[in-house]
Design a binder for this molecule. Structure first.
Ligand code: C5P
Length: 237
């Protein structure tokens, strides 16, 4: 798919994993409005709906992480509805298959020049090889992620969400403009929390990540704006 809009997107997406609107708004107020984009996911969307998303994100670029997965017609409708929130990125599961992704792509295109870019979820990092086998998917997980990333690219997705440890393999296989968006990032000065296989912002960018998703190291910092500034300094803005 062609680029929907020439406006440059920030490299850092700050994950606001909150249910309550006031808490999400407070997190964002501490960060200000510049230098980052905001990621809101299911927890927030289910509790607050599109109006809550629009109210809290304001003018900040938005990543709506809904991870859609259903029959093509239903996912296409979901993409059209989600597009009303004007997200720059929207996620859908690559394992929904080629026809589902193509329907999502067509639905995104129908929302005009400021359409959302579609990011495919390949293999959730919570699944290991045994989990894949249990749901009838062929492992190892790294190979399945690559297979699904290639299918996502062929099906017109704009990029994938991938773990930092997959960047190198995927960057070597996909087209240059195909976006790699990477969570599980921990600056050296932050605690790793429940993320097991982490990487620093600098390492991930050097390997070829286009955008980084960072939550707690920024939102739970004593001074979130300063933490964001330190990450931006580390990756050169
Ligand atoms: O707080 P933390 O930096 O771990 O937040 C990471 C964000 O990225 C969360 O919103 C989480 O749902 C998301 N994510 C992740 N690992 C993945 C995919 C998404 O942590 N493999």
């Amino acid at each position: 798919m062609s680029e929907p809009s020439p406006t440059a997107l920030p490299r850092i997406f700050v994950a606001i994993d909150r249910m309550r609107r006031e808490e999400a708004a407070a997190d964002l107020a501490r960060l200000g409005t510049e230098g980052y984009a905001v990621k809101l996911g299911l927890e927030f969307f289910v509790a607050n709906g599109p109006d809550g998303v629009r109210a809290v994100a304001g003018a900040r670029p938005l990543f709506l992480d809904l991870k859609l997965h259903d029959i093509p017609n239903t996912v296409a409708g979901g993409v059209r509805s989600a597009a009303l929130c004007k997200p720059r990125f929207l996620t859908i599961h690559a394992s929904g298959g080629r026809a589902m992704m193509a329907a999502a792509r067509d639905a995104a295109r129908s929302s005009g020049s400021d359409r959302p870019m579609l990011l495919a979820i390949t293999v959730l990092t919570s699944l290991d090889d045994a989990d894949l086998e249990a749901v009838g998917q062929r492992g190892p997980a790294g190979e399945q992620a690559l297979r699904l990333a290639m299918l996502a690219q062929e099906s017109g997705m704009d990029g994938v969400v991938c773990s930092a440890h997959e960047i190198k393999r995927l960057r070597g296989a996909v087209a240059p403009g195909f976006k790699l968006v990477v969570p599980g990032i921990r600056p050296q000065w932050a605690a790793s929390g429940d993320q097991k296989r982490v990487m620093t912002p600098r390492e991930a960018v050097d390997l070829g990540a286009d955008h980084l998703v960072i939550g707690r190291p920024i939102t739970q910092a004593a001074d979130p704006k300063d933490a964001l500034g330190r990450v931006l300094a580390e990756i050169g803005g």
